[in-house]
Structures are given as C-alpha cells and as structure tokens.
Design a protein around this ligand. Structure first.
Ligand code: PMP
Length: 457
C-alpha cells in the first residue's frame, strides 16, 4: 500500500474570508446553522480531520452529520466517482445501470432478512417519506405512529413523524401522525426503575396507543433502531422484538429508520442485527456511501415487494439511484469489507471508546450518563447528577446556550470538533478513526468537560 503524502491545505485567510462573506450573503442554511454568526470556512478534509483557511486542523468527532463513516476523501471512493463520471455521469432511472444494480445488490446482501429490493432516494427524509407512502398504499390505512425523542427528516411526512419539540415551528399539521413514548430509562416516561420494567411498560404503552387509535387505522410504526439525533438511546433488549410482534398481530408495517445507525455505525452493518429483528421496510442514507454523493433508500421486504409486484408503486424520483451516488456506494461498501471497518468499529467502540468515556464520566461531575454502542456514543451533561437537570435546558426563546457553547469552544481550542445537541455531546467519529486519533480526541474532551464542570451545582 503506497503511503499517501500528509495532506495540509495551504493557509489562505483572504480566500477564507471571501468564502465566508458569500456564504453569509447567499446561503440559506438548515436548522441551527441559521443561528451561527461566524461559521467556520473549511479549506479541505482528509480521513478524520478537516482544516480551516487559517491552517488550523480539527479532529472530526461528528463525521459531518454522522455520515462520513469511512472518513473524508477515501482514495478508492474518490477514484470510483471519477471513473463513473468519466464513463456515465448520469442516466434516467428507468434503465438498468451497472452502478445502480451493483449498489442495490450489495445493499440487499447486507440488510437483514428478506429486505431484498432497494428503492433509491437522494437522502434520508425522502426514504422515510416513501416508506410511509409504501406502508399506506400497502395497508390502505391512514395513520402512522412514531416516537417522541426521534428524528426522521425535514420533509412533509418525515418532519411530522419527528418527535422533537422544535418541529412544531414548521409542522404541517401532523395529519395522520400519532406519537408515543419509546423506552429511555435515564429520562423514563414510565417511572420505571430498571431496563426490564422500562421495556415492559413501553410495550404496554404502545399496545394501549394502538388500541385507542384503532389497529385497523394504523398503516405503520416508524422507529429509529437506535434514536440518534435525539440522544443515542439504545433500546432495551426485547423492545424492538416486542414492537415487531405488535405489528404482526395487527397487520401494521414496521419501518425501521437506519439512516443514522446503519452501515456500520453501531458495529454491525445494521443495528437491527443487535436486536434480532427484521422490519418490513428499512430506511438508509448517510453511511451507504459515506455521504460522498447524496444517496438514500428504502430496503423492502418480501410482503410489501409482493404488493408492488401486483400493483405498481405510485412514486419515484428523477435522480433515483443516480450513477455517481451508486458508484460511490459500491466503492464504499467494498472498502468497508476490504478494510474490516464494521468489525473495527465494534472492537474500537468496545475496547477504546467505551472505557475512555466511562473514565471521563468518573472524573467529570458534569457527565450525567454515558450511553451507546459501536462508534455511536452520547454524553449527557447535567447541572446535577441527582436531579439530572440538563446542563442546557431546552430554551424555546433560542437564547445562547452558554454552558454547551463554552464546552464546544474549549474542545475546538484543543483541535476537536464536537457534536453538540441541546445538553449532549455525541461521540461519533468516522468508523475507521485510529486509536491514536481517538486518544487525541479524548484529551480534548477532558479539557472541554473541565469547562462544563464549572457550571455544575
Ligand atoms: N432519519 C434519521 C434517523 C436521521 O438521522 C436523519 C438525518 N439526521 C434523517 C432521517 C433525514 O435524513 P436527511 O437529512 O438525509 O433527509
């Protein structure tokens, strides 16, 4: 394997300032990025790092938005995109294209059970949107159930399913959407004392919700396998199996959203494997090609595939299975196999990340809980470990979230780019991050948590 020359972009502050000025003037950003007064202008990225125009380097503990599962600029994936661009950059979706059929084959071979047909989209929200439509057409029922404390995307159906209090500002009316509480012992909605009780009560609550809504009106239950954006809340053993049984009992389509958790993030190809469940529909995006070209999709199980073999699905997208995105997926999946990236994430998570985070929690009173699996971890920061009061309570007025801002600023000073959402920091580096890089990141987290500790009490 030839050594790559170390990559360091030339500092160019003048260009950086021009990039930032044009961005401020003309780019309408997503979500909280709209509140940034001084965004970072990025000059380049390689592996687990990116650089600004001043020449400062940051270790990326966010994987972008949890999508660069194989890091930035992997040479084999970049080459595959270039080769596809040289041979067939684009083509309409109705034709059989090698990049598309090979991507679909690789994905179907790795999804659990009989999820063997792949409907391609341009990202996660479109995948959720189409999964919901498939479920409604398949069942001829109107309602969809989803969990509070979830994120499913920002298009019409997906934003309504999203269980985040901030969604109401752009809610379309939630037609046909019903929310329920999923298990999360640290902030239990069920006054449960342990995981087993939390699981049992959450399943009873879901059964009650189904009964009150009317089973014959419910098309689908949509759940993240491991809710990500809302806090990386690993469900108790037995919960997803219980949901599967309820779906079977009432003929409800079980949609598992693996947009964030899929493609190795949890140390398995799909998180469903940890819980021994096979959904009827599985949504994916992000890690499928490490986000190099927008791609998402729905993996479709046998029963629903049969429905649409008889009556065509009334849906589709101009760029469904775009050749560039699919070529990137083929190369990404091959790289993940060749380099043992999924197994590596499982091992690094268990042997390095978890012990290091538990050690940080033991030494920093601001850490209320450590939770996660694989390369998918959250630290929940609190003012008080007893009351579990969040370090930054949700602030509807949008006031600056000072403690978490101070935490993030300190991490950045130490060369770490942290993921921050409300009172949590998520540790979600690329799956092929090295042990040395992780140690560097934990040292920066140590310093940043020292700042967070200053707000305790
Ligand atoms: N589902 C889940 C579980 C997600 O994490 C996300 C994105 N964070 C989405 C859906 C939406 O994906 P996209 O932003 O690509 O539309």
């Amino acid at each position: 394997q030839p050594q790559q020359a170390p990559y360091v972009p030339q500092p160019d502050p003048v260009r950086g300032a021009a990039v930032k000025a044009a961005d401020r003037a003309h780019v309408f950003h997503s979500w909280s990025a709209q509140e940034l007064i001084d965004p970072l202008a990025v000059a380049g990225a390689r592996g687990s790092y990116f650089w600004d125009y001043e020449g400062r380097r940051y270790l990326d503990f966010t994987s972008g938005l949890v999508f660069t599962n194989i890091g930035y600029q992997h040479p084999k994936v970049v080459a595959a995109i270039q080769e596809q661009a040289a041979s067939l950059t684009t083509f309409a979706p109705a034709f059989a294209i090698e990049a598309r059929s090979e991507a679909a084959r690789r994905i179907a071979e790795r999804t659990p059970g009989d999820l063997d047909k792949i409907f391609f989209t341009n990202g996660g929200a479109e995948a959720v949107e189409n999964a919901v439509r498939m479920a409604r057409v398949h069942t001829k029922r109107p309602k969809v159930l989803s969990a509070y404390r979830s994120y499913h995307g920002a298009t019409a159906a997906a934003i309504n399913l999203t269980g985040d209090p901030r969604r109401w500002a752009n809610d379309q009316g939630s037609a046909g959407t019903v929310h329920f509480w999923a298990p999360f012992l640290y902030r239990t909605a069920f006054y449960a004392a342990n995981e087993a009780e939390e699981c049992e009560r959450a399943l009873q609550h879901l059964a009650d919700t189904i009964a009150y809504e009317g089973p014959s009106t419910i098309a689908a239950i949509v759940l993240e396998s491991v809710p990500g954006t809302a806090g990386i809340m690993v469900p108790p053993v037995g919960y997803l199996r219980g949901v599967r049984e309820l779906c079977d009992q009432y003929g409800i389509v079980f949609v598992l959203d693996e947009v964030m958790a899929g493609f190795g993030r949890t140390g398995r190809w799909f998180a469903a494997e940890h819980f021994d469940v096979v959904p009827d529909l599985l949504t994916f995006a992000k890690g499928v090609n490490s986000g190099y070209v927008p791609l998402g999709g729905v993996a479709i199980g046998g029963r629903i595939a049969d429905t649409f073999a008889r009556t065509p699905y009334p849906g589709g997208l101009t760029y469904s299975g775009h050749p560039l995105a699919c070529a990137a997926a083929v190369a990404t999946i091959d790289v993940m196999e060749e380099e043992g990236i999924v197994e590596g994430a499982e091992r690094l998570g268990r042997e390095v990340v978890e012990p290091a985070l538990r050690d940080l929690a033991a030494r920093h009173p601001s850490v209320g809980e450590v939770r996660g699996l694989g390369m998918f971890w959250a630290l929940e920061l609190v003012r008080d470990r007893e009351t579990r009061e969040p370090l930054t309570p949700y602030n509807a007025s949008g006031e600056a979230a000072a403690p978490m801002a101070a935490f993030a600023a300190e991490a950045k000073k130490h060369g770490l780019w942290p993921f921050v959402n409300m009172n949590r920091t998520h540790v979600v580096p690329p799956l092929n991050v090295t042990e040395a890089e992780l140690k560097e990141g934990f040292a920066a987290l140590d310093a940043a948590l020292g700042v967070a500790d200053g707000f305790v009490g």
